[in-house]
Design a protein around this ligand. Sequence first.
Ligand code: TXA
Ligand code: MG
Length: 338
Amino acid sequence: MIKTEFLSAEEDGNITYAANLIKAGQLVAFPTETVYGLGADALNEDATLGIFYAKGRPADNPLIVHVADMERAREIAFFNKRAELLAEQFWPGPMTLVLPRKSIVPDIVTAGLDTVAVRMPNHPVALELIRRSGCVVAAPSANSSGRPSPTEAKHVWKDLVGKVACILDGGSADIGVESTVIDLSQDRSCILRPGGLAVECIREVLGKITVCNEANSNKPVRSPGMKYRHYAPEALVWVVEGETEQVREKILQLALKLINENRKPIVLTIGNNQVYEGIEIISLGTNEVEAASRIFSALREADERGTDVIIVEGLSDYGLGLAVMNRVRKAAVKVLNV
Ligand code: TXA
Ligand code: MG
């Protein structure tokens, strides 16, 4: 156990203090526009090893390296034409590019792959922290491995207190789902993880691009992180997908049956939720953008309320809906299509 400091990012001195911790090889959790990250100096092997240890993360799951400017990005990766175009358009922002790596990046960061994942986050605290540390910063989401990603500093505290030197509190993460990971290291570009930047936006720049589903196939895995069960709260997660009316009818049936069995279900709903009278609900808002910003905290809140089954209304794969459904399906033990 180490002492974990919980500091407000609003006090400028705290960002400098945290930057010095990173420079000294310590772990610092910090806000980004997607989710909170757990940062360490990416070129310091011992420091990055600490990330895997603190999260309980499998060593074959590589880390994203965060930068505050293109100059540093070019020090760690080779940028091709597609990468230049996307970086120009969407950085800083919720997009991670997988590119051929340069040799200064330690093997532990890339899990031995010949590529490295790079991102320039769009959050003033993250950018200042990276700049003042003088480092390129390896940072996975700041949750214990397998748990829902943290969108608030208190989520990080719950998972990582005693394991990291410092948590910088910068309020709620805006987007709420992690960055979109795009593999540009091969001739055919492909989306390894849908995320905070909608696929539709990427298509406008690159034209055709496929969303890989390698996590569910028996081909070699290009994004190692996608093969693990993820984002899971303690309660069981069920998701029901289909036309809204049928979905709600089915959920109502399931929830009433569970209540009859003296169990405690909770329904995560989108839009008008009056149909669920008498059943405990958490609203994910009225559209897919709001659902993205609320999904992870809703999963954690359901646990806090002592729920044993979380039933989620499926939403369409349009826009950020794709990222939300990717996370929910990975957390789920049961996916029903009605
Ligand atoms: O929004 C985000 O991306 C957040 C914030 C903190 O920036 N970070 C984040 O990191 O979500 P993490 O470690 O939870 O997820 C990184 C994902 C994993 O699925 C990992 O397998 C994949 O990126 N990845 C990292 N390096 C890779 C590489 N060289 N090739 C393929 N996939 C890679
Ligand atoms: Mg993660």
